[in-house]
Design a protein around this ligand. Structure first.
Ligand code: SF4
Length: 71
């Protein structure tokens, strides 16, 4: 779905760690503007989780990101 997962997590982490909303949303909007998919477009296929070296729960993190960034 061409989701830039590291960039989505960067925005989510900034929101979580610093309580900032404006800058992470602006950054995320810029990433989407470059043509990447929204976090909400994840179809849960699991391909990324199978190859993630950090074994992150990417699908659930994208759902969290979508609830905070796609609103
Ligand atoms: S679960 Fe599938 S659609 Fe969702 S981010 Fe991973 S590879 Fe993309």
């Amino acid at each position: 779905m061409n989701i830039s997962i590291p960039d989505v997590f960067r925005a989510l982490n900034t929101m979580t760690l610093y309580g900032d909303v404006f800058r992470p949303k602006a950054f995320y909007g810029g990433v989407i503007g470059l043509g990447h998919g929204r976090a909400s477009e994840c179809i849960g296929c699991g391909q990324c989780e199978g190859v993630c070296p950090q074994h992150l729960p990417i699908i659930s993190l994208l759902k969290e990101a979508s609830s905070k960034l796609d609103t």
